[in-house]
Design a protein around this ligand. Structure first.
Ligand SMILES: C[S@@+](CC[C@H](N)C(=O)[O-])C[C@H]1O[C@@H](n2cnc3c(N)ncnc32)[C@H](O)[C@@H]1O
Length: 324
């Protein structure tokens, strides 16, 4: 069976137990969901969300043995509160976010996520969404395209890349875009500048631009910022939130959110008296992110950038936000 990234660490972090209520916000191929349902047998319930109907189909088949204990919906995790309300779930024991693109999506060329095959430049998690990657590549003014590639891809060559794309328009396939990026990199970039910061690993010249387009098409960072407070509000005291991210932009958002929510006061440090009244809602359980061990990375090289952060909802009722 397909073992998803940091599987054991997720089960350990969420501590699924009988009669518990759990939400997998990014169901994918249901590897984590399967583990949560198994560990919460015989009567734990799981709500699984995914934007991708293809993922839901795979998940539905895989989770069949659990019958009614798995409730699956094609929906964005940005609607988490609404989904829980419709089920009458007031407080849940665990929420999981395993962000980004799944192996199934990457390995299906027609979805347009991968620069390893030639296919329409799509990149939508939700195939009914309006915006495709080709719309951004062909319609954005050069400067906006450069900003997008810089911001979401952390790509230092963003201006040259945007210029080369604009010159080559229309760019309609992953192969066409990858060729532009490879040509540009062959001419301009030294191997050193294509090394991933920190790891020293060489990365493909298309990696950062493809990442940037995918994040923008699916509004991934906005989605993450929207779901984190909803997840905290949904947790019962002692309930846990686990987030796996795959790049520094996501990890930074999660880290800052956890830090902020685990503090009682957010006033500037020199202010003598607290005026914000903020109360901690979380206890951070991972000061440093948990990463896959070398064995997992050797079995599944795609797991190498995964970073897991876990936090627990405080038990003190004085710290519950209004509405809990
Ligand atoms: C890394 S995969 C999850 C893999 C899964 N944990 C497993 O065990 O197979 C991420 C999934 O999140 C989905 N996704 C991305 N953005 C989403 C959103 N806003 N709402 C719901 N699902 C989303 C993607 O379609 C993809 O299937």
């Amino acid at each position: 069976m397909h073992r998803p990234v940091l599987y054991h660490q997720i089960i350990h972090a969420l501590r699924p137990s009988p009669a518990g209520l759990y939400v997998d916000c990014t169901l994918g191929a249901a590897g984590h969901a399967w583990g949560i349902l198994e560990a919460s047998s015989p009567d734990g319930l799981l709500l699984g969300l995914d934007l991708d109907p293809q993922a839901l189909e795979i998940a539905r088949t895989r989770l069949e043995p659990f019958g009614d204990r798995a409730i699956l919906r094609q929906a964005s995790y940005t609607t988490l509160q609404e989904q829980l309300r419709s089920l009458g779930w007031v407080a849940v024991n665990g929420v999981l976010l395993d962000l980004g693109v799944s192996s199934m999506q990457l390995d299906t060329p027609q979805r347009g996520f991968s620069f390893q095959a030639d296919a329409p430049l799509d990149m939508r998690f939700d195939p009914h969404a309006r915006l495709r990657a080709s719309d951004l590549v062909n319609d954005l003014p050069e400067q906006e395209l450069a900003q997008l590639i810089y911001r979401y891809g952390e790509e230092e060559q963003s201006r040259q890349i945007a210029q080369a794309i604009v010159r080559a328009r229309p760019v309609n396939t992953t192969g066409e875009l990858a060729a532009i990026l490879i040509n540009l990199s062959a001419g301009k970039q030294s191997a050193k500048s294509r090394r991933k910061k920190g790891s020293g690993r060489l990365i493909h010249p298309a990696t950062r631009t493809f990442q940037a387009l995918r994040i923008a098409v699916n509004r991934e960072l906005e989605g993450l910022e929207s779901v984190l407070p909803q997840a905290v509000a949904a947790l019962a005291p002692g309930g846990r939130l686990a987030v796996i991210s795959f790049h520094s932009l996501e990890d930074r958002i999660v880290k800052q959110f956890f830090r902020r929510e685990s503090r009682d006061c957010l006033c500037p440090p020199r202010q003598p008296v607290c005026t914000c009244g903020h109360k901690a809602t979380l206890i951070e359980l991972t000061r440093r992110p948990v990463m896959p061990d070398p064995e997992e990375i050797s079995q599944n090289p795609r797991s190498r950038s995964a970073r897991l952060r876990v936090a627990e909802r405080v038990s003190n009722s004085a710290n519950m936000p209004a509405g809990d």
